[in-house]
Design a binder for this molecule. Structure first.
Ligand SMILES: Cc1cc2nc3c(=O)[nH]c(=O)nc-3n(C[C@H](O)[C@H](O)[C@H](O)COP(=O)(O)OP(=O)(O)OC[C@H]3O[C@@H](n4cnc5c(N)ncnc54)[C@H](O)[C@@H]3O)c2cc1C
Length: 371
């Protein structure tokens, strides 16, 4: 049996660990330096914006479609396996349209998605007003309703993936930092052992899913991949009554702000997009947060009465100078893969990432199906 280690217990590492734990020919260990979902995953809103994205071909769409399809089976599968409940909003997503000149683009997308089997509805102003009465921005031309997009609680999902992986026999260890590895002198080199804060760990293969922590690990293995932080701030608010129809609570996306129903009278508002300064440092900016709240109130005036329960921030891992995410064998190695840099869509893309990594591994000749 081959032993694979996954570095990082965010949603991406957890999804990979779970998919690999389903393969009988592998033994899997997850290594996380803190707790599950303690990086970007713990700050995410968990919006699954796949069908309504403007990505219609190539890898960007393939990953989205693969994830949306896998989500349909993954969530019930995990709930049945673990007995945990994963809060999931399957009432769809409403993408607001302000620019009249964008409308033909949405019409084209609707036609393309229709052919692919992912229907979208185009709502004019009146339909939007009927379906989502609290949305009252004067300049809106309409909205696109995507019934198959939605939202999932990222922390609950990550915990369920880890619980499911454990039930399948994976060893999930927390409070363990991976510092690097020890290579065999073979050509190309193989990583035979991980150097961790709790001692060495013998491995046959390694998956780096460490988010922002991936860069130092790739540097250690002399195949640097630069991933930098893009900060996001969000707010959790409570209203006196639900926004609109209690029976129809989709995610609302538009004008630089997303409104996410969190159950009961609570809503998440997010998120700002804040880039680091020249020295690579990014610190949460109060003005950006104010701007976010103003934009939310501009599309949904009721939010002006909301009580702010929590303000939080997190850092999205974004690859430097290349499209997100990076899912590939680490250059120069036959037994290290990188699955990182998911930027704004790590929750959406985690299931597809895990399937891609699984396929890389099962298609690797030295990973024997026998033993
Ligand atoms: C405010 C905000 C809102 C967001 N909203 C959404 C959204 O609505 N939808 C969506 O799809 N995405 C969203 N994202 C993006 C999403 O959060 C990320 O893309 C995703 O969480 C990345 O997951 P990850 O597992 O790769 O990284 P992380 O969650 O950062 O996990 C990496 C883990 O690796 C561990 N680690 C690092 N180095 C080491 C080491 N050497 N040894 C052991 N462990 C290590 C870290 O402790 C961490 O737990 C949002 C992000 C933010 C900040």
């Amino acid at each position: 049996m081959k032993h694979f280690a996954v570095i990082g217990g965010g949603v991406v590492g957890a999804a990979i660990t779970y998919e690999l734990s389903r393969l009988s020919q592998l033994q899997v260990t997850l290594l996380e330096q803190q707790e599950a979902a303690s990086g970007a995953t713990g700050a995410a809103l968990g919006i699954l914006m796949g069908v309504v994205s403007q990505k219609t071909k190539g890898r960007a769409w393939r990953l989205r479609e693969m994830s949306l399809q896998r989500y349909q089976t993954l969530l019930p599968e995990l709930e049945a396996l673990t007995g945990l409940s994963i809060p999931w909003n399957n009432q769809g997503l409403v993408k607001l349209c302000v620019q009249a000149e964008d409308w033909p683009r949405w019409q084209r997308l609707q036609a393309e998605r229709e052919q692919m089997g992912w229907p979208l509805e185009l709502w004019d102003r009146d339909t939007l007003a009927t379906r989502c009465p609290p949305i009252q921005h004067g300049e809106l031309v309409g909205a696109v309703y995507s019934p198959q997009d939605g939202q999932v609680n990222p922390v609950a999902l990550t915990e369920a993936l880890i619980a499911g992986a454990r039930q399948n026999g994976a060893n999930c260890r927390f409070g363990v930092t991976v510092r690097g590895g020890i290579e065999s002198p073979a050509q190309p080199p193989f990583c035979r052992q991980l150097d961790t804060s709790q001692g060495p760990l013998a491995v046959d293969g390694v998956i780096i899913a460490a988010g922002l922590g991936s860069t130092p690990l790739t540097e250690h293995w002399q195949s640097p991949v630069s991933i930098f932080p893009v900060l996001g701030q969000g707010l959790r608010v409570r209203l006196a009554e639900p926004l609109g129809d209690v029976g129809f609570q989709p995610v609302i996306a538009g004008e630089g702000v997303n409104i996410v129903p969190l159950g009961g009278l609570e809503y998440g508002l997010g998120a700002t997009v804040e880039f680091p300064d020249a020295s690579g440092v990014v610190v949460a900016d109060g003005m950006e947060l104010e701007g976010l709240l103003e934009r939310a109130i501009a599309i949904c005036p009721t939010l002006a009465q909301a009580e702010i329960l929590q303000i939080w921030s997190g850092k999205r891992p974004r690859p430097q100078g290349r499209p997100a995410p990076v899912i590939e064998p680490l250059a120069n190695y036959d037994n290290i893969w990188l699955a990182s840099g998911h930027y704004r869509n790590g929750v959406l893309l985690a299931p597809a990432t895990a399937l891609m990594v699984r396929d890389f591994i099962t298609n690797t000749p030295w990973v024997s199906t026998q033993g």
